[in-house]
Design a protein around this ligand. Structure first.
Ligand code: ADP
Ligand code: MG
Length: 623
């Protein structure tokens, strides 16, 4: 007789079921979805067999087209066909208005970007969400069930706002977003570099419109983004455009219709891609005016005309190495990511620079999605033995505004995340019951030179003398790079917190500009900060002396009263004055010291009176 089975306590009766999770590379030009099939990370194809899905959405009156079908509408219905939406996500209209000219009707020109389409206004989160939904559907069709979770990749330089918006797009598509993962880290995982114990890797990602260079450090099985650099306006499209201009020149073409331009650009792209494997490519094309364009382009010709772009494409590598203070020999592996790294001249330049072979045996289009799928598989719990923690760094410092518009940095730039840091602050005025917490991002000393991320208030602080409250401000950045801030008054335990959800982000150039400005202005900033601090101290002293004079002026001889008032007047006028900051700081400091000295006797007298009156605990200790 067969033995009956009895399950272990706490175990389910069901046989062990694998959860399916997917990884999505949400690219500027193309997006992909991958999952683990029989232990191997595999990119999934739609029913036409396509793995690369153009990141394009076209809003028609009665339907939404995505991918290849949307791409076809690009020329004829440009206003409703949204391409490269990744450039818009988490950014404001102001951020993009100085960039390229776009064919869209932008409605909201104040904060978050909104585009008017035949289906009404759409923001970048909605457009990205439509792409994510489409990719998830491809997975559902391939796997036969809805994935239990998804990892979405983002560029390493994406800021708070861009990460938050990407995550929201996933949620809006009804996906369970397990984590956002940096694209370079995903590529390193796909190459299995995480199984090494340590190493320094440079990930070179040249896509359709952007170049991202990241240096990753692996130590004790943990990845950390060591440095990032790039060019937000350099990619395969620029090579297409260069070749297109060359074709125009060579065949003496001028005035082209929109349709002809699009046709010729597509041809240029095709020829460029062919030249990655062929020595020469011949093509012919009939324009709308029946003119025939017939040409042969050699790889050598293409290399010559694209030399300037190649040089431009090497600059961020040098900058990233310089930022990380690393020599070329410190890099253990160079990983190629993005379709445009198939360009032979790019490969040639990189291997020349690093004097080594490049890691390119995994398809550069697929490597990010494949790494994301591996990470998703771990996070959904299919590989319990592997306990990964992927680290990242904050691109800019995060701080809080203190009196005088000065920034106190809480989490410095380049801190590895997840991270939490706390600092104590106190009240400025007697009886102050609320505190305004202003979260700012940037490297400069003054709030006005940094970027405001969020503001919130901590209310209900019990009235105390100035400086007695203990308010702990806690900054936490989670593994996705999202910031939450909590303020807690420790004696009363009242709390207030905020998840920082800014509605738009900073451009890459702004980050670079802010960093440059902080270096250039460091000295001036420091002087301004000292002046602000001196002013805050002076004002605080003047206010409390004046308050004491109201209640206890009778303790003073008229002459004493007069000299105190004189110093106060002088101090006030110096604070208002226009002296150069370094001199002004010294004058204000000196006068504050003087006021402290001449009120010392008065403070002692007040103390005696207070003790005498049995009124201990008043703010006399501050004098
Ligand atoms: P993104 O990350 O921006 O979404 P991809 O990594 O998908 O972009 O790269 C798309 C770019 O790769 C396009 O400009 C395309 O022309 C280019 N590309 C694809 N295949 C080749 C090839 N064989 N040779 C050169 N460029 C290529
Ligand atoms: Mg990409």
């Amino acid at each position: 007789m067969a033995l009956l089975q009895i399950s272990e306590p706490g175990m389910s009766h069901e046989p062990h079921k694998r959860n399916v999770a997917i990884g999505i590379d949400l690219g500027t030009t193309n997006s992909l979805v991958a999952t683990i099939k029989s232990g191997v990370s595999t990119v999934l194809a739609n029913h036409d067999g396509d793995e690369l899905i153009p990141s394009i959405v076209c809003y028609k009156k009665d339907k939404t087209l995505i991918g290849k079908n949307a791409l076809k509408e690009r020329v004829n219905d440009a206003t409703n066909t949204i391409v490269s939406v990744k450039r818009f996500i988490g950014r404001s209209f102001k951020d993009i208005s100085s960039e390229l000219t776009y064919p869209y009707k932008f409605t909201n020109k104040e904060s978050i970007i909104e585009i008017e389409t035949t289906q009404g206004t759409k923001n970048p989160i909605q457009v990205s969400s439509d792409i994510l939904y489409h990719l998830n559907q491809i997975a559902v069709e391939c796997i036969g069930e809805a994935p239990a979770g998804v990892v979405i990749t983002v560029p390493a330089y994406f800021n708070e706002a861009q990460r938050q918006a990407t995550k929201q797009a996933g949620q809006l598509a009804g996906l369970n977003v397990l984590r956002l993962l940096n694209e370079p880290t995903a590529a390193a995982i796909a190459y299995g570099l995480d199984t090494k114990n340590e190493g320094m890797f440079l990930v070179y990602d040249l896509g359709g419109g952007t170049l991202d260079v990241s240096i990753l450090r692996l130590s004790k099985g943990v990845f950390e983004v060591f440095a990032v650099n790039g060019d937000t306006y350099l990619g395969g499209d620029d090579f297409d455009h260069r070749l297109y201009c060359y074709i125009l020149e060579k065949s003496n073409l001028t005035q082209l219709t929109d349709g002809d331009t699009a046709q010729l650009l597509n041809m240029a792209k095709f020829v460029k891609e062919q030249l990655s494997t062929l020595e020469k490519v011949a093509f012919n094309l009939v324009l709308s005016n029946k003119r025939l364009v017939n040409m042969l382009i050699t790889r050598e010709e293409f290399n010559i005309i694209s030399q300037t772009l190649i040089n431009k494409a090497m600059l961020p590598v040098k900058k990233a190495l310089r930022d990380a203070k690393l020599s070329i020999t410190a890099i253990d592996e160079v990983i190629l990511v993005g379709g445009s790294t198939r360009l032979l001249n790019i490969r040639h330049e990189l291997s020349k620079m690093f004097e080594r072979e490049l890691l390119s045996n995994i398809d550069p289009d697929k490597v990010v999605a494949m790494g994301a799928a591996i990470q998703a598989d771990v996070l959904i719990g299919n590989r319990k033995d592997e306990d990964w923690l992927l680290l990242d760094v904050t691109p800019l410092s995060l701080g809080v505004e203190t009196m005088g518009g000065i920034v106190e940095k809480i989490i410095p730039r380049n801190s590895t995340i997840p991270i939490s840091r706390a600092q104590e602050f106190t009240t400025y005025k007697d009886g102050q019951t609320a505190m305004s917490i202003h979260v700012v991002q940037g490297e400069r000393e003054l709030v006005s030179d940094c970027r405001s991320l969020a503001k919130f208030s901590l209310r209900g602080i019990p009235p105390m003398v100035a400086g007695a409250a203990r308010v702990k401000v806690l900054y936490q950045i989670d593994a996705d790079g999202l910031l939450s801030v909590e303020a807690c008054e420790e004696t009363s335990a009242i709390k207030s917190s905020i998840e920082v959800k800014p509605s738009f982000g900073l451009t890459d150039n702004e980050i670079a500009d802010m960093l440059n400005a902080s270096i250039q202005n460091a000295k001036e900033d420091m002087m301004m900060r000292q002046l602000m601090e001196a002013t805050v101290d002076a004002n605080a002293l003047v206010e409390s002396v004046q308050a004491c004079l109201i209640s206890d002026y009778d303790l003073l001889e008229s002459q004493e009263l007069e000299s105190i008032n004189n110093v106060i007047q002088e101090l006030k006028s110096k604070i208002e004055g226009n002296e150069e900051s370094i001199i002004k700081t010294k004058t204000v400091r000196d006068l504050t010291d003087k006021l402290n000295q001449i009120t010392e006797k008065f403070a002692n007298q007040r103390m005696d009176r207070a003790i005498h009156d049995g009124l201990a605990g008043r703010s006399i200790t501050t004098l």
